[in-house]
Design a protein around this ligand. Sequence first.
Ligand code: DPP
Ligand code: ZN
Length: 880
Amino acid sequence: PATIYLKDYEPPAYRIEQTQLHFALHEDYALVTATLSIARTAGAPETQALVLHGQALKLESIQLDGNTLGEGTYVIDEASLTLEAVPGEFELRTVVRIEPQNNTSLEGLYKSRTMFCTQCEAEGFRKITYFLDRPDVMSIYTVTVEADAARYPVLLSNGNCVATEALASGRHSATWHDPFPKPAYLFALVAGDLSVVEDSFTTCSGREVDLKIFVEPKDLDKCDHAMDSLKRSMRWDEETFGREYDLDIFNIVAVDDFNMGAMENKSLNIFNTSCVLASPDTTTDAGYQRVESIVAHEYFHNWSGNRVTCRDWFQLSLKEGFTVFRDAEFSSDMGSRTVKRVEDVTVLRTSQFAEDAGPMAHPVRPDSFIEISNFYTVTVYEKGAEVVRMIHTLLGAESFRRGSDLYFQRHDGQAVTCEDFVLAMEDASGVDLGLFRRWYSQAGTPEVSASGVYDEEAQTYTLTVAQRTPPTPGQTDKQPVVIPLAMGLLGDAGNLPLRLEGELPDTETSDNTHRVLTVDSAEQRFVFTGVNEAPVPSLLRGFSAPVRLDYPYTRKDLQALISHDADGFVRWDASQQLAVQVIMDVQAQLDAGSEPDVDPLLIDSVAAVIADTSLDPAMVAMMVTLPGENYLAELASHTGQADVDGIHAARDSVREALASALSEQWQSLFGRLHSVEPYQASGPEIARRSLCNAALGYLSADSVDGVELALAQYHGANNMTDRLAGLQAVAYFGNDVQRDAALADCFDKWHHEALVVNQWLQLQAMLPLEDALSRVQALMAHDAFDLRNPNKVRAVIGAFASGNPVNFHRRDGAGYRFLREQVAVLDGMNPQIASRLLGPLTKWRNYQGRGDMMRAELEELAAVSGLSPDVFEVVSRSLA
Ligand code: DPP
Ligand code: ZN
C-alpha cells in the first residue's frame, strides 16, 4: 500500500457542485444512481483526467451529459474510475450495484441487524458510489431512498425531507435535501423499522428545531438522557461559543454495529447504541457521562467540523482536537471541572504518552499515512484538544472566544487547515503563536524537569525549568516548545503571593498566588522575590500542558500539596505521585524477596483525604484510587522496561495494606454513603456512588465480610452502577463459587439487554485470574458473543489485551498468540477493528522479558498475505 504525504497536497482539479443520489435498497443488493454536476476548477488544465474514488462497486452504467459511455472510454481499477478527457462542465451519471448485507467492514452502506445505515468518515463514501471522496470537495446533496415500506418504514438522510412517495410492490421512498454544501464523509442514510422519541429546541434567535432520536422499539425507554444532553449542548454552544443550530431538524439514530462511538453527519448523527442509550438499569454513571459528552461532541461538530471542515485528512485534529476541547469544557460546566480534568489527564498520560513513546508516534497533524483510519488516535483527539486548551490558556478566555468567532466567520463553508485556526487565533488576539505551532508538527511528549532553590537571606525562590523532547520515529531533532506552566508556591499556611524579580509589588490583583509562566526555551530561570518561607512549588496546575513533569518532591512535599494546595488537580496529582513512589518501593521489596513494607505516610495521607469533608466525594474517590497498572507500566517503560507481574503484585499489595489499615474508615464511609434511594444521574449522586464503591472495593479486598457486602449490594442494587460495582468486587475478591454464581446470575437476569451483556463480557475479560485466557475463549464461544459486532469484540478481545495485563502478557506468550490469531481473522472482516485491537502488541519494546515473543507475533502477521492497509501499516511501523 502507498504512503500519502501532507507535502503532496494539491487542490482538487474538479468540483462536484450538486450530487443527486438514488438508493434502491433490496435484501441482496442495492442500486445506487449518482447524478453529479461536475466542473473543472479554474486554472486546472483541460487535459486533466477526472479520477473518481470507488471501491467494491460494480458499475452497471455510466452516462456523460446523457450519453452512455462505452467500454474503453473510461478505466476502472480497484480504487478508482478514470475518465481521460471531460468537458469543463458536465453531468455524470453512474449506476452501481453494491451488497450492503455482505459489508462486514461497517464502512460505507451496510446492514446492522435489521436496518440499513452508513458510516462514511473517513473514506467510506467511495464504497457507496464513484465520487471525489475527499473533504475539500463539498457538494449539495439531494437523496432519494427507496425500500420496502413494511420492513423499512423510516427512511432518513441529511437535511430536510422534501418528498415521500408510495410505490408499487409495497415499496416507498423519501427524498431529502441538505442545503449546506458538505464533504462526502458527512453523508448519511438510514432505513429501518425504528421508533422515535421527539422533542424540540428553540434556538437563541427563536427558531424551532425538531429533535428526534430513532431507536429499536425495545430501547424507547433509554433515550431521555441523550435528549436532555442534546438540549443542554445546544444551549451551551449558543452561550459559550455563540453557535446556533442551522436546520429545522436534528436526528440521532442508534445503531448496534458501529466501528466508532458516534458520527456527526449533517443533521443525521448516527450513534453506537453504547454511546446514546441510557437507563438506570443498564447504564453506569460513567456510561451516563459518556452519553452526555458524546452527544455534545457530535452536536458541536455541526460548527467545528461541518460548517468549517478539514481541507485534507492530515488536518483531522482541526475538527477533532477542537471539538474534544469543546466537549470537555461543556462537561466541566455541567459537572465538576477538576474531576473532568483528572479523568482526561489520566487517559492522556496512560494512552497518549504511550502512543507518543511508541512506534506509532505522530504529530497532532501527521505528515504521512497509509490508512487514515489508523490516525483516529489519542494524539489527534486528546493531545489535539490539549493544544487548543494551551491556546486558550495563553490567550485568555475572552481573546480565545474572539478567535473562535473569527475562525467560524472567516471560514464558514470552507475546508481549511490547522494553520487557519492558529491564524484566526493570532489575528483576533494579537498574540504571536509563532513557535507555538511546533505543537502541531512535532511528535513526542516533552519532558520538563524543574528544580527550585530557596535563598532565605535574599527571600528569593528560584525555579529552574528545562525541557527536552525525546526523538520519535522519523523525527530525531526536536525543538523546544511553548509550554504554559501554571503554578503557585505553597507555604505552611497556604499559597504564597507571587512576585517575579523586576516586577512591582502587586496591589491590584485579587489572586496573586497563581501564575502561568511561559516556558519556551531549553532552560529558563524564574526568580520569585519576597518569599519569606521555603515553599513547595505547585506545578503544572490544571495540567496546563501535555508534558511529563519531573520535580524532586519529597514525600512530605507531596503530602503538603495533597492536603492544602489551592489547585484540585495538583492535589490529586500529588496523591498519585505518592502512590506511585510507594508502589515502586514495594515492587523493589518484593523483587528482593523481602516482605512488603508500605510507607505509613501513604496510609496517613489517604486517611486524611477520607477525613477531609471539604473535598468533593468524587475527588476523594479519585485520590484514594491507586494508579492503574497500564499507567504504572507506561511510567516504568519510560525509564526502562515494565515488569507486568511485578507491577501487578506490588499494586495489589499496596491496595491490601490500605484496605486493612483503614478498614474502619472504609466501613464508616460505606455505611454513611450507601443508599438505595431511586437512581439519579446527578453530579452529587454520581460523586456519592463513586466514593461509596471505592470504599466497597477496599472492603472486599480486605475481608470475606466485605465480599458479602458486595454480594448484597449486587443483589439489592436498583441501578447498574451499584450492581456492577458489587459484581466486580465479588468477581475480583470472592471465591470461585461466589464469583461464578454471581456472574451466572447476572447473565440470567440481563441477557436480553445487549449493553448489559457487553459490560458482563468486559468485566470477565479483565479478571486477573489464572485461567483468564480460557475464560475469554469460552466467552467467545458463548451465544452472547458475535465477532461481527465491534462492541462485543472490544468487550472481550480488546478488554483482555488492554485491560488484563497479567494475562495478556502471560509468560508463555499465549496471550500474544491469541491476539494475533484474532487480528488475522478480523482483518478479513473489519480491518479498522482489527488494526485497533493490535495496539497492545505494538508496545513490544516496553516489556521486560516479553519483547521477543510480542515481536514474533507481529512478524507472523507481517507474513500474512492480503493484509488490509490498516493492519499492514501498524505492523510495519511497529517492526521498523
Ligand atoms: N465520529 C467521530 C468523532 O466524532 C469521527 N468524526 O470523533
Ligand atoms: Zn469528533
